[in-house]
Design a protein around this ligand. Structure first.
Ligand SMILES: Nc1ncnc2c1ncn2[C@@H]1O[C@H](COP(=O)(O)OP(=O)(O)OP(=O)(O)O)[C@@H](O)[C@H]1O
Length: 455
């Protein structure tokens, strides 16, 4: 996108937000860059940026989409072109799509992140793979006493961890505005820590983080190998837990699977409620597409989506909801540009690159092969009739993973396990679900296998 195009989009926005709002809020924005679906703007103050994001963020995204730009995140910062260029010793917090919405602005008096207005509970579609995580997040958002602390949410890329954290933030801000709720990424925590060290303002740093009521830290796996930041995080963590404050942590893997993070830290992080977000299944993907499309239809009135399009996308696109969203944004923007209905043909054409990239699907056969290798048993024994525990357990693990990671139905899975009945598969899946909560060896096995399969 060029400055000229932004100028046109900005003009369009005048219609949407009104001339006064436009002069006050939109006109001062300076477009800086659009990289990987993240559009970055320079703003005169942090407050200005927060205000625009919260009040006009959706409209800006919509207008950009209308202009043909599939933007997924907006960042408003004083940043690069302002005087606040970081000194060399301090790493810059990354501003990619994953962390953009958490941007903590440098001149914030408190480290409370900008909440993304789109990441609310209302807009979170619940299905089997994420129902536990959603329920736990809801419990925290309701306030009151909980039987667990911290909450540790983990799962693969783009499955809604950040979304749930923001949703908790929104709810708490509305229902208990006196609470100091802080949402940050591990990377930003480190950035602040290093900056405080450099500027000899450690007391301020400690006070800042230890005075919060609810601390949410995203992408904690980032602490791997960053020894002094880990140490500081550990102290912050302990101080808050001891003071009865609430902590929510997210990561791309289970606490025990974290690399280069000290064991005393991972074991404390895993000492509350640990919940995993499973890869989306077909039903959840259709649900998410429908919910997002409802929203788009309000923005692009008159666009018709032909039957079968959502199902096609849910079948063909990977687990990552971010990819699913990007596909839909592009489809709606394209359909509105050319003024046609969204048909299967248009979908295949317009999304050819995304569909190609998502072609790799996990199969039951691949799961069986991996699981038998993992447990060191023959594939034929796992699929065959033998009932020995040493075969039955891996078989159940493979059934469980087949249910969770593929879109195959129970009878279809049964057929691939030597023609077993669907009730046998169901029993196996339930058994592993139970064991996962009580047997850490099984939980670790599942985690390892899932990672290997999703690579
Ligand atoms: N169940 C859901 N319902 C609606 N939207 C969802 C759901 N799950 C994920 N999304 C959307 O998918 C996108 C990616 O989600 P999010 O950023 O929360 O992922 P994440 O798990 O934090 O992944 P990462 O670690 O890569 O940041 C967001 O736009 C989010 O709104």
């Amino acid at each position: 996108m060029t400055n000229e195009i932004w100028a046109q989009v900005s003009e369009e926005l005048k219609q949407a937000v009104g001339a006064n709002n436009h002069t006050t809020w939109i006109a001062p924005l300076r477009f800086e860059a659009l990289v990987d679906g993240v559009a970055r703007f320079h703003v005169p103050t942090t407050f200005h940026g927060n205000y625009v994001l919260q009040n006009f963020g959706d409209q800006i995204l919509t207008q950009l989409a209308r202009a043909g730009f599939a933007v997924q995140r907006l960042i408003f910062a004083q940043s690069a072109s302002a005087a606040a260029a970081p000194r060399p010793a301090a790493p810059q917090p990354k501003t990619d799509a994953a962390s953009a919405h958490l941007a903590l602005e440098d001149d914030d008096a408190t480290p409370s992140a900008t909440l993304d207005p789109r990441f609310t509970f209302d807009r979170f579609v619940v299905g089997k793979p994420n129902e536990m995580a959603h329920a736990a997040a809801r419990r925290i958002a309701e306030g009151g006493s909980l039987g667990f602390n911290p909450l540790f949410l983990y799962g693969g890329v783009g499955l809604g961890k950040t979304h749930l954290m923001h949703a908790i933030g929104h709810e708490l801000r509305a229902s208990q505005p006196h609470l100091k709720v802080v949402l940050t990424s591990a990377e930003q925590f480190m950035y602040r820590f290093i900056t405080a060290l450099r500027d000899k303002r450690m007391m301020d740093f400690k006070q800042l983080f230890r005075s919060v009521d609810v601390l949410m830290v995203d992408d904690i796996q980032f602490l791997g190998g960053k020894d002094s930041t880990q140490e500081e995080f550990f102290h912050t963590f302990n101080a808050l837990i001891d003071a009865g404050k609430r902590i929510i942590i997210s990561a791309d893997r289970a606490p025990g699977a974290m690399k280069d993070v000290e064991e005393r830290i991972t074991s404390r992080m895993g000492s509350g409620l640990v919940v995993d977000l499973f890869p989306t299944d077909f039903e959840l993907r259709v649900g998410i597409l429908q919910a997002k499309a409802d929203y788009y239809r309000a923005q692009y009135p008159g666009i018709v989506v032909q039957p079968g399009v959502y199902e096609f996308l849910a079948h063909r696109i990977s687990n990552n909801v971010r990819v699913l969203e990007g596909a839909l944004t592009r489809l709606f923007a394209f359909a509105s540009l050319v003024g046609r209905e969204i048909s299967l043909e248009m979908t295949q054409d317009c999304l050819a690159d995304i569909l190609r990239a998502s072609d790799r699907k996990i199969t039951v056969e691949e799961i069986q092969r991996r699981v038998s290798e993992h447990y060191n048993i023959r594939l034929s024994d796992m699929i065959g009739p033998k009932r020995l525990r040493s075969y039955a357990r891996p078989r159940q693990v493979a059934m469980y993973l087949s249910k969770k990671l593929t879109s195959r139905s129970l009878p279809e899975i049964g057929r691939r396990f030597g023609g077993r009945d669907h009730t046998t598969v169901m029993h196996g899946v339930r058994k592993i679900e139970e064991l996962k909560a009580t047997d850490s060896q099984i939980a670790d096995d599942l985690e390892l296998l899932r990672r290997a399969l999703e690579e």
